[in-house]
Write a protein that binds this ligand. Structure first.
Ligand code: GLU
Length: 465
């Protein structure tokens, strides 16, 4: 097999969304699994919508996810430049070559005419196809007119069926005439996406193009362009759409969809990648919670399926929660710090106590609330445990006030004196301290609360019993 080269080619016109991140991930996994090269190419030919801030943000998001690239704007390889706005000369040369060989022609149609044609197609409920009005203009006359008249450059789309072999969908055939002659260069000389993309994928020797299925009909145009430019065809894999839980296309309506938003909410990058990997792929067994290394090892494009994938937030929460639980407070502190900046050196301990209760680090401040100030009122079931425990809780509070012994030893001692052990001992104490019947280790909980608050809560609990 020739060298594996894949690319992620975002347009810097907004933040990186889950769909883009999944495409980036699958390309990365494909390259890393097969020992290929992963290229980052910035598609910024839409000068109005592309911004430097958006490019920075895209790169930040990709870096945060840990999807490193081998060639890109910041680490050029032999196939640069890697920003399309820096490749204008290349597109111009290719366009002139197509024009010289009669595979493209100048189009002088006005915007009004083209808009009217599009409207007509809409009314007639068919896809708009260029009517070919300028296709027959004599090239010499066209060159003359071009000196004074604004014009675009159009590709002569071959009128034949075109079949692409898709690694996810098998063979996909597009009938002749589905797509008309399309624009390569706009009036201002800027290349359109399909042209720039085909030129770049060809010249960058991309072996596999993995992208969303919304690009299927672009692949048809691009395959025709590769053939016209005598560039070797890559293989294609079109990834299914990502849907929200209501089965409509995932969008802002479904809540946070940008990678940045998940970072800010305190999801670990690896957990997000784990959830994204399962959108349209599975390892062939029932594993769901996997490390990036395991996913990379197991990744196989043959296991990517074409059914639409539903982004399930509960699953992300479960994956992320397990990721967090698998690590110690010590290991988690760096990721958690921005969410509880005021906790200083106590943070690892806090995490050890709270990590079972959170899905992401953004849950920490709310969880911490129960370790400050007033105790939330225990529910009915919890209150049952306080019945008849008042004297015992008061004795425990007194003992804590008067003696410098650690909480657990004191608890046992006072338990003995009051004739309580097992659940009879732990449950009233837990409910008194946290208002809940389940929770982290009691000793650690008491330590977090601090002696004063423990005493206060033990005394107050009497009134609930
Ligand atoms: N710039 C295109 C986009 O962001 C890239 C599509 C492709 O991968 O070819 O949709």
């Amino acid at each position: 097999m020739s060298e594996i080269r894949v690319r992620f080619a975002p347009s810097p016109t907004g933040s990186l969304h889950l769909g883009g991140a999944r495409t980036a991930l699958f390309n990365w996994l494909f390259a890393r699994n097969l020992g290929g090269n992963y290229v980052l190419r910035i598609e910024d030919t839409d000068r109005e919508r592309s911004t430097a801030e958006s490019e920075d943000q895209l790169i930040r998001s990709l870096r945060w996810l840990g999807l490193d690239w081998d060639e890109g704007p910041d680490c050029p390889g032999e196939h640069g430049p890697y920003r399309q706005s820096e490749r204008m000369e290349i597109y111009r040369e290719r366009a002139e070559d197509l024009l010289a060989r009669g595979l493209a022609y100048r189009c002088f149609c006005s915007d009004e005419h083209l808009t009217a044609e599009r409207e007509k197609a809409k009314v007639e409920k068919r896809d708009p196809v260029y009517d070919g009005r300028c296709a027959g203009i004599d090239p010499e006359e066209a060159n003359r007119r071009a000196e004074t008249e604004p014009h675009t450059l159009r590709f002569r789309m071959p009128q034949k069926d075109i079949t692409i072999r898709d690694l996810v969908r098998g063979e996909v055939t597009f009938p002749a005439g589905m797509v008309g002659d399309f624009i390569l260069l706009r009036k201002d000389g800027m290349p359109v996406y399909n042209f720039a993309c085909a030129v770049d994928d060809g010249l960058m020797e991309i072996s596999h193009v993995l992208r969303g299925e919304d690009h299927l009909s672009n692949s048809l145009r691009q395959v025709a362009l590769y053939e016209a430019m005598n560039l070797p065809l890559p293989e294609f894999a079109h990834l299914s759409m990502i849907l929200g839980e209501d089965r409509s296309k995932l969008s802002k309506r479904h809540g946070a969809v940008s990678v940045e938003a998940f970072r800010e909410a305190g999801y670990p990058a690896e957990a997000l990648l784990n959830a994204l990997a399962l959108l349209g792929w599975n390892p062939g067994d029932d594993r769901e919670r996997m490390s990036l290394e395991e996913i990379t090892e197991a990744f196989d494009i043959a296991r990517v399926h074409k059914a639409a994938a539903v982004f399930d937030r509960d699953k992300l929460d479960w994956i992320s929660g397990s990721w967090i639980r698998e690590r110690s407070g010590e290991e988690l502190q760096e990721l958690a710090r921005p969410h509880l900046p005021e906790e200083g050196e106590r943070l690892p301990k806090i995490l050890d106590v709270l990590k079972d209760r959170i899905h992401c680090f953004g849950d920490l401040p709310a969880e911490m609330e129960s370790f400050r100030g007033d105790l939330p009122t225990p529910d009915e079931e919890a209150r049952e445990w306080l019945k008849g425990a008042g004297d015992f809780l008061a004795a425990l509070a007194d003992a804590l006030e008067n003696r410098e012994v650690d909480f657990k030893s004191l608890l046992k001692e006072v338990g003995k004196e009051s004739g309580r052990k097992g659940k009879e001992l732990f449950m009233p104490t837990r409910v008194a301290l946290t208002g809940q019947t389940h929770g982290p280790d009691l000793g650690a909980t008491a330590e977090l609360l601090g002696r004063e608050l423990v005493i206060e809560r033990l005394r107050k609990a009497r009134s609930h019993g």
